[in-house]
Design a binder for this molecule. Sequence first.
Ligand code: ARG
Ligand code: GLU
Length: 731
Amino acid sequence: MKKILSLLLLAVISLNVFADEGMWIPMLLGRNEADMQKAGMRISAKDIYDINNACLKDAIILFNQGCTGEYVSSEGLFLTNHHCGYSYITSHSTVEHDYLTNGFWAMNRNDELPCPGLTATRLVRMEDVTSQVMEGISTETSEGERAAIIENNIKKITSRAVEGTHYKAIIKPFYYGNQYFMYVNEVFTDVRLVGAPPSNIGKFGGDTDNWMWPRHTGDFSMFRVYADNDNKPANYSKNNRPYRPLKHLEISLAGVNEGDFTFVFGYPGTTQRYVTSDAVDLAANVENPIRIDLRTIRLKHYNNAMNQSPAQRLKYASKVASIANGWKKWQGESQGIARLKGVEKKREYEQRYQQWANDKPQYYNILPQLHEAYAKLKPIEVELTYFSEAVRASDFMARAQSYRFLANEDDDMTIVAEVNKLKEANSKYFADFDLHSPVDKAIFTETFLYMWKAGFAPYLADESTPSNLVEEKLNKIYNTSILNNEKKLQKFLDSYTAKKAKQLKNDPALQLFDQAYTLAYDAQKLANYRRAYSDIQRLMRSYVKGMMEMEPEVNFFPDANLTLRVAYGHVEGFRPRDGVYYKPYSSLQGIMEKENPDIYDYVVEPRLKELYALKDYGPYGISEVINDTTITTNGNDTLISVKTHTKHQMPVGFIATNHTTGGNSGSPVLNADGRLIGLNFDRCWEGTMSDLLFDPDYCRNICLDIRYCLFIIDKFAGAKHLVDEMTIVDK
Ligand code: ARG
Ligand code: GLU
């Protein structure tokens, strides 16, 4: 059993046999091996990470800087989520060739589409470099000096590590800088799109179902890595060849049963497991509500527009997906923290810590100081939240910021470059201005008005002003700014020189942006903010060190930091609320239940319906023998008849207790034998507080069943040649 942070929490959170919390370091997995095997794993820690032999680690990819992928063929073919490949699928889509809507399948290697800018990174090896990073640091070293020494050491260590190779090395802090690990990576840059299902499979349920269970999203896409003749990373070239990975995953068709051991191997981005009650309170009860309200406004306007035309749907799809994603997650997170009494639990832990620390000079003052630092941070953090979620909500203000940059520039060369950039952006921006402008204007006025009412835009008008006057003022700013007048703006830019800066600065858009910016980014405030922030980092380093000393028997996992981790648990349903139990699987039947041709997110592809009607699931479906018993009475006779029939099901998704977070998208979900059974793509909404606090009763990761993925590729899309490349076993 894994131990979680405090014994107190152990007592309070009802805990089943496997606590399942934790994102573990592959290199140190030996520490978890016994626990994992007890939980059902049949392979060894060395099968997962081994510096001397090809191992599962070699099949894992960091997809750009925010998702995970895994090789499933010896020719560089890898899987990730649809939502991870989204922007590449979109960028190859036009209204005529709309791959986003209709799907894309390369029927041969020549059809595979290059994706400039996309990287696939493989971890070559990792190493604990704490002592080298800390060289030259003593208890007397000041915080500033410490940072400089560390930076310098890191430069030396990383350049030494990759000398004479094509590898890249990075060093990251763990446990707030109590430990450092180096990662030596191989970064591939010729990555091509191979396949993606149509949106209404890959994004089935859309933002309505996002973060929710039961789920029916076929959230996968496929790419291929290409390398040079020596199998080394190379920029795109026609002559490149499919990369031959050291290891690709075997795929199991055996499926999952409740209670089965599973593990997720990927790149979780950020968690804040060890922060104090003040930090949890700030996130869950102060920042989240502000962000949620302001995004509700933006989403309302974008969604209205998207329902009006296919062109508008395509235009806003990606933007809305990302705005809605945080919007919904934060709601789940805040509710989860409230349900779990997260702030109170943290306070109880802090009391216990304080008692332990009272006679320890290096620790007794840590928590009070952290409390003070958060008190300083909080008001500024709130203002910055308003700035990013309200001031920067509209394109209008985002553009004002770019023009402000131009107005502050006096170097002629830079001015020419900037003007050209702005002109190019304008030609795109004004192409559909008539459609976009009402949307952007509404977002602009409504978000500013919200901020003003909350007391964070005093420059607009004083509190006693009727809000309709403030709204009029905002409308006027929008209508009179040169930024919204294509012809005038074009002319102005054509003859722009530094001499015109003053005129530009007087534009109402720039004036407004400037007022907002000056208030939020006031130099003094910012200095205070930075000080509080760096104090918090320094204090957290001691706080966490103290935690480990207080409970030496606990195996503390380090917070996620976009490094490769293993999370393990088992397939399990849960009770989201009274009277409801969620089973851990979903199937194609659920897609048919959700079908609604009038709602975009629930349109079902005709071909999928056909396969469902024929129960044509190939080797990917499951058959269940069902005995239906009928009892009839006829006068005094009772007739019992048993009819046997077989129910064919196509599994679609499942949930498990693996501790995951953003960045784990696309991560392989593996079974006890290390074979691929699914793709991680989400978490259940009721458990999204797991970035701050993990509750085994509620925290579930959501996985795409690999059998549905193969079914779509093979039976739906007729791209069997891709399945043929894979190694598929029944076990
Ligand atoms: N919630 C998932 C994640 O955090 C999926 C997000 C993309 N899907 C969407 N409907 N916006 O990344
Ligand atoms: N969809 C998330 C991602 O892109 C995973 C969900 C989560 O936050 O756990 O990584």
